[in-house]
Design a protein around this ligand. Sequence first.
Ligand code: HAM
Length: 430
Amino acid sequence: MSQPTIQPTIQLIRGFKDILPGETELWQTIEKTAITLFEDFGYREIRIPIMEKTQLFARSIGEDTDIVEKEMYTFPDRKGDLLTLRPEATASICRSYIQHKMYAQNPVQKFYTIGPMFRRERPQKGRYRQFYQIDAEIFGIEEPYADVELIFLLHTLFNRLNVTDTTAHINSLGCPNCRPRFKEALSSLLDDASEALCKQCLRRKDRNPLRVLDCKVPGCKEAMAGAPALIDFLCDDCRDHFSTVTDLLSMLDVPFTIDKQLVRGLDYYTRTAFEIQTGALGAQSAVAGGGRYDGLVRSLGGPQTPAIGFAIGFDRLAEIVSTCNPAVLKTPDLFIAALGKQAKELAFKWTAELGSNGICTTLEYRRKSLKAQMKQANRAGAGHVLILGESELDSGVAVLRDMAAKTQKEIPLDLVVEKIKQTFSKTCEQ
Ligand code: HAM
């Protein structure tokens, strides 16, 4: 019987998306691969809220960044407090580290978190308004080993997922010691280029000149083409730090490119900044990004604590992985084709028992002919079908059919669960 078509009247919010069965299997594989790797390297999961006080993001990411200026979902709650849907995880993890005085127990903490973030950007391929990040952070370590550990983790994760068409771009953004000399050099260029700058950059020019380097407006990009690079202004300590990072990356055979133009879109970075870029996603070339933020914990009211982290764009990674890996579809281990009320009730009991024993079993609850049920089992890709009709009930044996081998055997009704468990434990051992 054909179903009348029902027009959905309420649709998704622009820039938001559903991740459907068929895709979620891949998301789960990526998530499991990442979690295994994080746990092998001593990272522990932290779960932070989806909403925070707006001030937290404004102060950490920076008032002059695109994210804070124009992309945050911010609204007053019923009492008028300004709240924001998190655009990233780092600020919240810092807040949590400080609020729970985790540093008192041990300043060195390694965290990971996976979840949705929200930025009101112009939607396009690889860019959404709700997107997911896989995030890792290391607190309390100033030494460049931490920087390299994180880039190594990204490299390893991408390799395990068969993603090889990526390059790690790295740069150093210096520290408060080296910034003033750089800003001076940049300011004279900005003064000369004033006429070419967009309205926002004219404001940023004096308040936060570094941000102009990250502006996506074509006029600003052109004006900044010959701009000096921070890496050429590093103090001795920052230069040593960066050269140790590159030496250690080479020692671990992690390929990288030094990218003097890499500035990142958030204000909190110091020293090492990096991005994993790919040609697979059109304009959205960064599949992961991160860097050091040695001053952030202190600026949010905690003790001076060096820190570094990264976030992978989960949606972007899933898109790349789906193009280089065959689809993973979960199929039932067993389909039970039961006919008649009595058979169905018995099969229902078996299904519950087998499911609780880790054997994925599908039972057709609706009234369908044997032929229709066999067709259905085939379509679902079930490895085995157990047939239980009136004649099987009468004879006291059910028929188990191996769909690939096209063989079948009889099983006494009171031994069905036990025998099927044995069959599947043998299949698993092979
Ligand atoms: P981010 O570069 O803003 O860094 O974001 C990290 C990654 O999230 C990007 O490289 C991209 O793959 C993905 N992403 C960002 N915006 C979108 C979007 N609208 N749609 C889809 N994917 C997106 C951070 O968020 C920092 N918190 C990273 C970090 C952690 N730094 C230190 N620790």
